[in-house]
Design a protein around this ligand. Structure first.
Ligand SMILES: Cc1cc2nc3c(=O)[nH]c(=O)nc-3n(C[C@H](O)[C@H](O)[C@H](O)COP(=O)(O)OP(=O)(O)OC[C@H]3O[C@@H](n4cnc5c(N)ncnc54)[C@H](O)[C@@H]3O)c2cc1C
Length: 469
């Protein structure tokens, strides 16, 4: 290899989060020479400021909850307490372990990680501003995977003292006595659940008429009821206008048409904004939508030949596993393998609040809106042996199937779960929806007993017209 070859790659990936590192690892395992440009740490939001640390804190909350109820099982441990700094240290150890593992994987596959900020130039090359100066890389293909950052709302700029976005919250040094969580979406509900389990008095302030928009209405209701039972306050249809720090500490959140809400801290969780600014050099023709996303077709191709975009920087579900698949699909497209496009309406969703939520496919309302005649069935975890054994029975499985002309249930259109460990139970529901399985096909299969996943089998069975339990 001569010197010029050192900066020429089969694929240059800009951004080392799930979308970018998946493309890098998968491409390298196909024998491609890959450069992965990352200006912070490989792993991106998911590993350092998202999925992994947020779920670790939820797990700590779950351990605390379990220990608090240990006496019910005849296990006496005294009154448990939280050592929050140990909790945060453990969270960091988990992140660090995964970070080291990812670094080894990339090294093992000979991906060249180029530290610095990447810019795609008009001539297709990538300039990287590194600590050691500027470096120019040339590639046969470029994948943009620059991800997203938390949205902020005017009047609630994060200061890591009174106002926190997810970035600051995951490094919280002291537990608050009370918190307002602005935004009742997936991430807001996860944070609300964690803080409430840790003993804070939590109020969710949501602008829409219900929390968890996008979830099936009955599933969102399960979470609402369960949250209220645990003492969380949920206020929907509210508009926050700002906050006033108080002399004695804490702040007063101003709510239109209502008294202020006095809390120790505010968590702002109102979605994420794509990172596309500063990624394109002068004259680069990659299109950016009015909402700030790179514009791509169903294969992740931008309008510029040889340039793909994947993950949170394109307008598809902002989920790490979607970014993984988009990253791998971009590589397969580069290799000419014609991967099937991802159907955004059928990707798996998992929300790790207590109770957990998981779903794939149409909600009942969306199926009807799309013109399907539907038949639905629901079974509650209160009737499931394993859920009773573990003492966690809030929740249900709901299956939505297409009604056939003879009135019987046919193809499964949507599977929606709320309850214990449902994020681990979605797999078969996801496959059912995406393989377009019929209820008869699924009902012919055996579920292991006693498991919580039996409830999915029971629910589908009842759609055949006959039930068991
Ligand atoms: C609190 C929280 C919890 C979440 N929980 C879940 C969950 O449970 N499950 C789930 O599926 N998803 C979850 N998500 C969403 C998930 O984290 C994102 O969907 C995922 O990280 C998107 O991956 P990405 O690669 O597109 O972008 P990112 O992870 O944002 O990575 C982009 C990377 O690109 C780098 N970068 C940006 N611009 C440049 C540049 N010009 N040059 C070099 N590098 C650049 C950034 O430094 C970053 O490392 C969560 C998010 C948050 C905030």
């Amino acid at each position: 290899m001569d010197e010029a070859d050192g900066d020429h790659f089969d694929v240059i990936v800009i951004g080392g989060g799930p979308g970018g590192y998946a493309a890098a690892l998968y491409g390298a395992s196909a024998g491609l020479r890959i450069a992965l440009v990352e200006r912070d740490k490989v792993g991106g939001t998911c590993l350092h400021r998202g999925c992994i640390p947020a779920k670790e804190l939820l797990e700590s909350a779950s351990v605390y909850r379990t220990v608090r109820h240990a006496a019910e099982f005849g296990v006496h441990v005294g009154e448990p307490s939280i050592d929050w700094s140990a909790t945060i240290d453990r969270k960091q150890r988990v992140v660090d372990q995964m970070f080291t593992g990812l670094g080894s994987l990339l090294k093992g596959r000979k991906v060249e990680v180029v530290p610095g900020s990447g810019v795609l130039e008009a001539d297709g090359r990538v300039t990287v501003e590194t600590d050691a100066g500027s470096r120019t890389l040339a590639g046969d293909a470029v994948i943009l995977a620059t991800g997203s950052v938390p949205r902020v709302i005017p009047g609630f700029e994060p200061d890591a003292r009174l106002v926190f976005s997810s970035d600051e919250l995951l490094d919280l040094r002291e537990l608050p006595g009370s918190a307002a969580v602005i935004g009742g979406g997936a991430i807001g509900c996860e944070f609300a659940s964690t803080l409430a389990d840790m003993g804070a008095s939590v109020t969710i302030l949501e602008g829409l008429p219900k929390i968890l928009p996008g979830c099936d209405e009955e599933i969102a209701k399960v979470v609402t009821t369960s949250f209220k039972k645990r003492g969380l306050t949920i206020r929907t249809g509210v508009r926050v206008t700002g906050h006033q720090p108080q002399d004695g500490g804490g702040t007063a959140v101003q709510i239109e048409g209502s008294d202020p809400l006095f809390v120790d801290m505010v968590v702002v969780s109102v979605g994420r904004r794509p990172v596309t600014d500063g990624v394109l050099g002068d004259g680069c023709k990659v299109a950016v939508s009015p909402r700030g996303f790179f514009e791509v077709d169903a294969h992740g191709r931008t309008g510029v030949p040889g340039v793909w975009a994947v993950g949170d920087c394109i307008d598809t579900p902002q989920l790490a596993h979607v970014a993984f698949m988009e990253g791998m699909n971009a590589i397969r497209d580069i290799l000419g393998e014609d991967p099937p496009p991802i159907d955004a309406g059928r990707v798996p969703w998992a929300i790790y609040c207590q109770p957990e939520v998981a779903f794939a496919g149409y909600t009942e309302a969306a199926a009807k809106e799309a013109g399907f005649d539907v038949v639905t069935a629901k079974h509650r975890f209160i009737g499931n042996g394993r859920a009773v054994i573990i003492g966690s029975t809030d929740g249900m499985v709901k299956v939505i199937a297409e009604r056939r002309p003879d009135g019987t249930a046919g193809r499964v259109l949507g599977v929606h779960l709320a309850g214990p460990w449902v994020t681990e139970q979605l797999g078969q529901g996801y496959l059912a929806v995406n393989w377009e399985a019929t209820v008869d096909e699924i009902a012919a299969l055996i579920q292991p007993h006693p498991t919580m996943s039996e409830l999915f089998g029971e629910t589908v069975l009842s759609l055949t017209g006959r039930s068991l339990h």
